[in-house]
Design a binder for this molecule. Sequence first.
Ligand code: BES
Ligand code: MN
Ligand code: ZN
Length: 478
Amino acid sequence: MHLTIPDKLSGREHTILLGRKESDFSGLLHNPDQRDYLKNRMEKEKEIILMNHLDRLLIVHILKDEPGDPAQRLENARKGAFNIHRLLAEHDIETVLIQNAGITAEEILSYVEGLALTNYQFLKYLKNADEKRHKLNAAGIVSESVGPEDIHHLNTLIKGVFYARDLVNEPLSYLSAKKLSEEFIRMGTEAGFQVEVFDKKRIESLKMGGLLAVNRGSVDPPTFSILTWKPENPVNTKPIVLVGKGVVYDTGGLSLKPTHDSMDYMKSDMAGAAAVSGVFYAVSANRLPVWIIGLIPATDNRPDGNAYVPGDVVTMYDGTTVEVLNTDAEGRMILADALSYARQYDPELVIELSTLTGAAQAAIDKYGIVAMGNAGREIMELLKLSGENTRERIAEFPFWEEYAEQLQSDIADLKNIGGKYAGAITAGKFLEHFTAYPYIHLDIAGPSYNKNPFNYRGKGASGIGVRLLFDFFYHRTH
Ligand code: BES
Ligand code: MN
Ligand code: ZN
């Protein structure tokens, strides 16, 4: 769905007048009967008020207010758009005008964002895709406070989210590690960021032992992708590195997952990688003056004749030895190598995104991202603020040193699992071992994939992380 600013209006377009209870709609409704009807419906606290004229849809949409909580207002706008989407679909509407009747630019933009995100579908594998496709394909925004830059910004951000969702929705039968890296190249060419891909030989010569260990059970080679966006006048002198978990399928390996409700959606185990590439897409398409580097280790995790086994000791990229006690704790094995690799950039900050633990999902479900870090209060608070703005919310977990004690091994420097409790945190502590810079860990296991429809986030891949980090970088540069 494409967002535009129409240059002239015929008065015959399907139109949504968007306002709040206190808005004055009289200037937009010329007919006194309409105004009486609206008044009557508003007194009955109706939110969606139809004023249809046969073939032309005219809707007054009253957004829920939330005094004193601007972030909640934006979320109400997105959810309102989700509700209206069903109505537009019922009427086979292809193009709709959204007219501002007394709300802020942010609110109308959140509304069209919600509409666009709701309109997403993954139909690639359907024979009757054309029948199933939503008719809605464009929305025109009529608002004095919204300019062409805002529209470009939102269109590219939404595209970044959609590319991330597409990647997560793609099954392993299409999306091998190699294919994933090719998709990054395609996105980079379109938006303007650079991509370099290390193949298996290169990964072997670099001795990325964690990535190679997980890959041993696979018939497909691993990849290690490096994404770069370095604008001419970046606001940062040292790069910010984004690391994404790219497990294109997680069977658990020899510590095999049960199929039902456990393995069956594990094509989504590269949602961190997808989010990183989606952020690169939006940041570079908007030419944001922030220098960022993306690191994406990718492989599938499978049992096979040569698969790594519980009890193995693996020498990682930085020389640390790891006793593998569960091959299903594979994300941390490949991420550790990427985190050590990041040191050479002397980064200002590293933010890593991964579908890392069932424990994070069990703790807060699909409603938020579990975060930990040692980058200081200010960064974490800024991230949380972006989380509130975008409703890709962040729940901070403790990151106390005591949790690392559970990772002590008798025969190696570390083991790859902790004890029975606090699994999300011991996983974070494992990763922190490989860092030497300010670090934020975002566990997106809960919100990355929705087995059931979840408002504008949709069914299937949510694209979580893209809007969060774009907002974070946008505020860093504006
Ligand atoms: N990819 C999974 C985590 C996951 C679970 C993501 C549910 C999305 C939804 C990860 O590789 C994993 O298997 N983690 C194990 C770690 C354990 C073996 C220490 C887990 O959480 O059970
Ligand atoms: Mn696993
Ligand atoms: Zn995994």
